[in-house]
Ligand binder design. Structure first.
Ligand code: ASP
Length: 436
């Protein structure tokens, strides 16, 4: 059986077992001693431990992989004068897709009106964390100490350092060529670590989902069905329609192939609810299974995991309208534009970890004068939606990477069309004419 199928089966089995455990843990038929043993040894013991070890192992690969990939990519591009256009196109596509996402979300939410008739719970209480000022976010992109940036996993700082380093390699003559060889070898080795981890994924995904659904249950959805299904519908629309139109329209490539190749990445995104933890798998899939050259993927995917969060922006759009409706506030046209702008910019500089969307939602609500305590209304279903929106976020990263690589001819179409493609990373051009 293929690895993808094993991961998907593990995912389904984890959800089903988790839901059954949730019922068992709350049922009066089972004696208290058995329920408590189930919880202690299985759910909060075995599943929790396996799940956390799995996520830790994924995160372990993020910094080394981003660093070596980006150094390889930027060093091979540095002299081709394509670095600027690639960076420019990537950022524009990321911002544009997010703006579209939040606009669709707002329109859909206004149309469906999920908050009408919802009675506010008097106990609503949410303490928002204060988001940093935008200037600090921008200044903090530039590291003072690359080792600290890596130790703290500060993705944008690592990106800046790696780009600079790659650029210097390309301009350093023979020493540069030797160092470039070292990083190419390193990349192959770190990618191999990703392979090893992917083979363990069925166990990790299973444990994560079984634990989550055992603890949470799905009955929370019932109270917030209007909000939950509105967000879900827009997420699906964006993933299936917007991205397909974008891919087909700009590259002529088949969205079906893309969606098929994304399945294992979704399983990782869904079970970890973190674009950051999923990054190694996204990068590997985009390079080896979709044919995007390392020179583009090494830049677009880590950047996307950090600044591109279409799914998160969708949740924020629907949540803003929902909270406004519950509080009986009419949003003006200016307020809608403010939400689009804030939600698009808010994702830049926020970490790609579970639940971060709620922190930036506080910022969005604050901008349009809605009470941040409103977040307490939707928090119950947030984890479930987080899983789905993370899958949308990583899909957006992959689509933009494909579009940019296609436009820059840093793309191998035969790999994209090969259903069994899973090959060594493709390096986008050798070090061309290094000066020095
Ligand atoms: N968990 C999301 C991600 O990592 C961010 C969020 O929406 O909270 O992409």
């Amino acid at each position: 059986m293929s690895l993808t199928n094993r991961i998907l089966i593990a995912m389904a089995a984890g959800i089903v077992l988790g839901c059954l455990l949730n019922v068992a843990l709350h049922s009066a038929i089972l004696p208290e001693a058995i329920r408590s043993a189930l919880d202690t040894y299985i759910v909060s013991g075995l599943f929790d431990a396996v799940g956390r070890i799995f996520v830790a192992s994924l995160k372990l690969l993020v910094v080394p992989l981003v660093l070596v990939s980006l150094i390889c990519g930027s060093s091979s591009l540095a002299n081709s004068s394509r670095m600027g256009p690639i960076a420019g196109k990537t950022v524009i596509f990321y911002l544009a897709t997010t703006a579209v996402a939040v606009t669709v979300a707002l329109s859909f939410a206004v149309f469906v009106a999920p908050g009408d008739g919802v009675v506010m719970d008097g106990t609503a209480n949410y303490q928002p964390s204060v988001p940093p000022p935008l200037v600090d976010v921008l200044v903090n992109i530039f590291p003072t100490n690359p080792v600290r940036a890596m130790a703290d996993g500060k993705m944008l700082q690592i990106i800046v350092f790696a780009l600079l380093f790659g650029f210097a390699i390309a301009n350093a003559g023979d020493p540069g060529r030797r160092i470039a060889g070292f990083f190419r070898d390193m990349e192959a080795v770190v990618m191999n670590m990703v392979d090893i981890l992917m083979r363990l994924a069925p166990y990790g995904v299973f444990a994560l989902l079984a634990k989550l659904f055992a603890a949470m249950g799905v009955d929370v959805i019932v109270h917030l069905a209007g909000y939950f299904f509105t967000v879900l519908a827009v997420l699906l629309f964006h993933a299936l329609v917007t991205y397909s139109v974008l891919l087909k329209g700009l590259t002529g490539l088949s969205p079906r192939i893309l969606l098929r190749k994304m399945r294992p990445v979704w399983a990782f995104a869904f079970s970890t609810a973190s674009s950051g933890a999923t990054l190694p798998v996204t990068l590997r899939t985009v390079e080896r299974r979709m044919g995007v050259h390392n020179s583009v993927a090494g830049f677009t995917i880590p950047l996307g995991a950090t600044i591109n969060m279409d799914g998160t922006a969708i949740m924020q759009g629907v949540a803003t309208v929902f909270i406004a409706q519950v509080y009986g506030v009419d949003l003006t046209m200016i307020a809608f534009l403010t939400v689009i702008l804030t939600a698009t910019l808010a994702s830049i500089g926020t970490a790609a970890v579970p639940g971060v969307g709620l922190i930036t939602l506080a910022m969005v609500l604050g901008q349009v004068g809605l009470p941040v305590e409103g977040i307490a209304l939707i928090i119950g279903v947030d984890r479930l939606l987080d899983m789905v929106r993370t899958a949308v976020n990583v899909t957006g990263d992959s689509v933009v990477s494909l579009v940019v690589a296609h436009s820059e001819k840093q793309f191998d179409e035969s790999v994209f069309h090969d259903p069994n493609a899973d090959q060594e990373p493709i390096n986008g051009g050798e070090l061309s004419s290094p000066r020095g």
